[in-house]
Design a protein around this ligand. Structure first.
Ligand SMILES: *Cc1c(COP(=O)(O)O)cnc(C)c1O
Length: 377
């Protein structure tokens, strides 16, 4: 076998994943935890994260689209799969065949599911998505009883769950979220006669800060990966989370350049002194945003070294002058993670880009191999 594996890799520490899940489980009491592994497990590698979760005993996993369930099923992951996004009727056959439990918020989709379930001799369980304030998908809470009446008349499908989602649970001010919990409670009461089995609303932020929202199950995403939903989480236990992902690359080229040398496309950086410049094989094709150019640092030998010049598609440059005589081709460079006493977090990069850690890790592209460290998976 030829070894062609890219050397820019995301290392996934499965024991930290386990640690984070234990913490969340403690906060959620005995309630089932339904981890969200959508979008390639927030960039961490969906299949092996799923395998690890199943090995730990988690039997319900959440994704966005039916396409993700197909990948998991083909990989032999045996679990119950919830679909968070709105699905269009054209995917109802796939939903039924793959046995997923979709969020439902249109009658069109409910009818398509019923039709396909009957045709295939199956029964499909669904979760009615109620919009208590997210403003993304879902029916209005006051419409839930009538919608459930219509669903009750559809053979081959039944509404197993009632769900809603928080837009602002990660903010210090919980006014909106507390209102949503109350509205969801009323909706639960108003729909009590329909035999719904599970009610759920809590994302990571709500698991930490809104115990009244835990209902019958919780749906953590970002926190299982050891990242904070936001800096405004009140519960101090959020500090116990451990980041699961580290993103590393080796030095692929080193050169001495004189003062005044222009570097990379557009010469947006000129050396102010004779400099030792390292090249690393990571760029925006790997999910490292070009907008970070000249404004962040990578770790080499435990020291923060400034990235210089434009980040290009496949390669970037760092100024390692401070390490002259102590740095060599192949040396480890950390983009996200720890090295010695130094650390670069996904939150730090997110802040520079005006985004959130969710987007930083999810953007790490397919070209970057995910390497699982530890764990049973
Ligand atoms: C992604 C998602 C979650 C998980 O949210 P986190 O903030 O990552 O914990 C929960 N519920 C729904 C509907 C989602 O789309």
């Amino acid at each position: 076998m030829l070894d062609t594996a890219p050397l820019t890799r995301a290392y996934i520490y499965l024991d930290r994943l386990t640690h984070n899940l234990r913490l969340l489980q403690e906060l959620a009491g005995g309630r089932p935890l339904w981890p969200a592994i959508k979008a390639n497990a927030y960039g961490h590698g969906m299949v092996f994260v799923a395998r690890h979760l199943v090995a730990l005993g988690y039997d319900t996993l959440c994704v966005a689209h039916v396409s993700e369930v197909e990948v998991l099923a083909e990989a032999g992951v045996d679990a119950r799969f919830l679909l968070f996004s709105a699905t269009l009727p054209e995917h109802s056959e796939a939903v039924v065949r793959l046995g997923c439990e979709p969020a439902v918020c249109t009658l069109e989709f409910a009818q398509a599911l019923s039709r396909d379930a009957q045709r295939l001799g199956r029964t499909v369980a669904v979760h009615l998505m109620v919009d208590t304030g997210m403003g993304r998908i879902g029916i209005r809470p006051e419409d839930a009883p009538a919608f459930l009446e219509r669903c009750a008349a559809l053979p081959g499908m039944w509404v197993r769950g009632l769900m809603t989602h928080f837009p602002r649970a990660d903010e210090a001010d919980k006014t909106q979220s507390v209102q949503q919990i109350q509205d969801f409670r009323h909706c639960i009461e108003a729909t009590a006669r329909f035999g719904i089995e599970v009610r759920h609303m809590a994302n990571s932020a709500a698991i930490f800060d809104l115990p009244d929202s835990h209902c019958d199950a919780v749906r953590p995403g970002i926190s299982i990966y050891g990242l904070l939903p936001s800096p405004e989480i009140i519960n101090p236990r959020v500090g116990e989370l451990k980041p699961v992902l580290e993103w590393k690359t080796p030095i692929s080229f080193l050169k001495e350049v004189p003062a005044g040398t222009g570097l990379s496309y557009g010469h947006t950086f000129h050396t102010a002194r004779p400099s030792l410049i390292a090249t690393v094989p990571v760029g925006y094709g790997d999910g490292l945003s070009r907008r970070l150019s000249n404004s962040f640092e990578m770790l080499v030998r435990g020291i923060r070294c400034p990235q210089v010049g434009r980040v290009t598609m496949d390669q970037s440059l760092i100024d390692v002058t401070a390490l002259r005589g102590r740095v060599a081709l192949g040396d480890e460079v950390v983009i996200i993670g720890r090295q010695g006493d130094a650390e670069v977090t996904a939150d730090e990069l997110a802040a520079k880009l005006g985004t959130i850690s969710y987007e930083i890790v999810t953007a790490i592209s397919e070209r970057v191999p995910r390497v699982a460290i530890g764990g049973q998976a």
